[in-house]
Design a protein around this ligand. Sequence first.
Ligand SMILES: [Zn+2]
Length: 380
Amino acid sequence: MIRINRFNFKQITEQHLNYFEKFFEDKLITVICKAELKNHKNFLEYLFSKKVTLLTGTPRELEFIRNELYNRYKNILVEVENITLTEVLRKSIIKQNLRTSADNEEPKEIENVSPIQKLRAYLEYIFDYDHFVRGTKGWGAYHLVKQLKVEVCPYCNRHYTSTLDCPIGKTRPQLDHFYSQEKYPYFALSLFNLVPSCYVCNSNLKRNNEFSYNTHLHPYDEEGEFSDRVRFSVNFPKQNLQTDEKKERQRDYLSAWLGNSDDFKISLLPVKLRDPLTSVEERRDYAKFLIRARNNCKVFKLRELYQNHKDYVQDIIINAIVYSESEIQNLLDAFPDLFVERKDVLRMITSNYISKEELDKRVLAKLTRDIWQEFGLKIE
Ligand SMILES: [Zn+2]
């Protein structure tokens, strides 16, 4: 889990809001007038009162709205969640009930549509994600990912998610709805509910798993990354901790280097805290973080998938043996034109971006940072 943090969030937020607020407002007003039941009307009016936050609220703010909605309108939400409309029915409901004067085509008569089916159709009409994907008139999915420039999937840090948009071809990262569209149709257009991610994480692994701020780490949140609290590590099976541990580990590293190679595991575990947590709040927050981190690992199969990178880890082990601290200093002294500072040498020997802020620049950067650190490299 790597955090998505961008200097241009403010500008992107403004663009998203400018583009959608007007549509959104007009559609919501129309739908509020058409709502058949008083509590449906109240529910839609509540959404109207939160329109700016719904579109551009932070993950924490969206979670707040979700909780408030469940406190006030639980019955409606439970019903809305359990309804799936066919495309035909949704379109028919919208045509029949919200037909504009510009739309000359007579709607097909549909019978026995319940108020809750109508509400579901209205929500999908207001929070129209397909419209965002089509990206007409200067704002949409491609515009968003081009500005965010998320080059590596924040969930796995294993796949590139580059964007290409030119006459010869197009591709972009998938946009995962952190809060699913099925369960939370009113978050379908929320900017910080759209997580650029790879196909494997979004379509193969997350699929219908329900995420929320309290159960999973959110890549747009400052608490949404593993950081140094959860790290990759190398575990050798025959490590005998009764003997001189350091010596034993050194021998095992070398045997891995020499090609006894698959006989280790890559683990991903919480790091033992150096300073004990003193306050109740700190302990509670840390416990929550661990639960969320564990859930992310489980859904995205991080422990299992990272076992496929043992060869890469072996290369790190070799390099960690070759490039000792004195060797790094030698390189710095010998090539002043190539390396301005120590960090430049580290970039070269690790072939990756290993500072905390740059882990989203290249695949496997988190793995690289953690394993090099484990083998003694001082990074920060
Ligand atoms: Zn991924």
